[in-house]
Design a protein around this ligand. Structure first.
Ligand code: GRG
Ligand code: 1GP
Ligand code: MG
Length: 253
């Protein structure tokens, strides 16, 4: 039987034939539904490609549902769940990064949360997109919560080995994560080495705050850039808009 690629994943592949993509991450623990809706609307106008929703702490239940619904109501961008556990599933989202934290030391984050969430994803008809999730130093909250053994920043080959293993396990995206709010993003050298060995799209996120940093990641080989903190913490809606524009220009060139 041939594996079926869903709508959101097809959209990602079609867009990637023409340009690099920018996904904005909103954490329901940090933004209320109204703000999330406004950011999503602004993101769509500026040319962002999708909204990711998730957080490593507290992005669950009604709080999560409220934010996803507000985003759906104010923009037509695809909504992709970015769950910290099986609790991070909302029936209102279009898709879910069905991710395994391959360099976790805790089987819960490798296969356990996935088993606990699988039937819910099926019941709600959310599109699962299998993804290898790799934590790079420093890893921040996600590294700690996910019991990761973070990949040393100066060891790109370890990242490449995990990324290729993920691809061979059938994962159709690889995500290099420095951790939300990391002081420095994933080093461009590491992005380049990983990109060279894999054939699936490469997502990079964590600590990307400037257009220049986003540009450097894309130039090194990132296909999709995720930004969250820089927009959430911009200070005002006007500043968030400026930041989104700056980051988007860096990515789209
Ligand atoms: C596929 C299913 C059902 C579950 C996957 C569960 C896995 C593997 C989780 C990985 C570990 C983890 C805790 C990931 C969280 C990812 C995430 C939503 C990060 C976003 O970070 P922020 O929430 O912005 O960071 P803070 O929590 O520091 O704000
Ligand atoms: O919040 P920032 O640092 O942009 O990180 C985005 C994402 O990679 C976190 O999971
Ligand atoms: Mg957060």
């Amino acid at each position: 039987m041939k594996p079926k690629i869903g709508k959101v994943e097809s959209y990602i592949h079609e867009k990637l034939e023409r340009e690099k993509l920018h996904f904005v991450l909103l954490d329901p623990d940090d933004v209320d539904p109204e703000t999330a809706g406004k950011i999503a609307e602004m993101s769509e106008e500026i040319g962002v490609d999708a909204i990711m929703i998730g957080g490593s702490t507290g992005a669950e239940g009604e709080v999560l549902d409220g934010v996803v619904r507000a985003i759906k109501e104010s923009s037509s961008l695809p909504t992709i769940l970015f769950p910290g556990s099986h609790g991070g599933i909302s029936k209102y989202a279009d898709a879910i990064f069905f991710m395994s934290l391959l360099n976790s030391t805790n089987p819960f984050f490798i296969t356990g949360a996935q088993a606990l969430g699988a039937f819910q994803v099926k019941r709600y008809g959310i599109e699962p997109i299998p993804m290898a999730y790799l934590i790079v130093e420093p890893g921040e909250t996600v590294g700690w919560v996910g019991d990761a053994k973070p990949i040393p920043r100066h060891k790109p080959k370890i990242a490449a080995a995990y990324a290729l293993a993920g691809q061979y396990l059938g994962m159709r995206l690889v995500y290099l994560e420095a951790g939300s709010g990391a002081p420095q993003p994933v080093p461009p050298e590491m992005i380049a080495v990983v990109k060279k060995v894999i054939d699936v799209p490469l997502i990079v996120g964590g600590g990307i705050r400037t257009g220049e940093q986003a540009r450097a990641a894309v130039k090194a080989g990132a296909d999709i850039i995720v930004t969250g903190t820089a927009i959430e913490k911009a200070g005002s809606m006007d500043k968030a808009e400026e930041k989104l524009e700056e980051l988007n220009r860096g990515i789209k060139g």
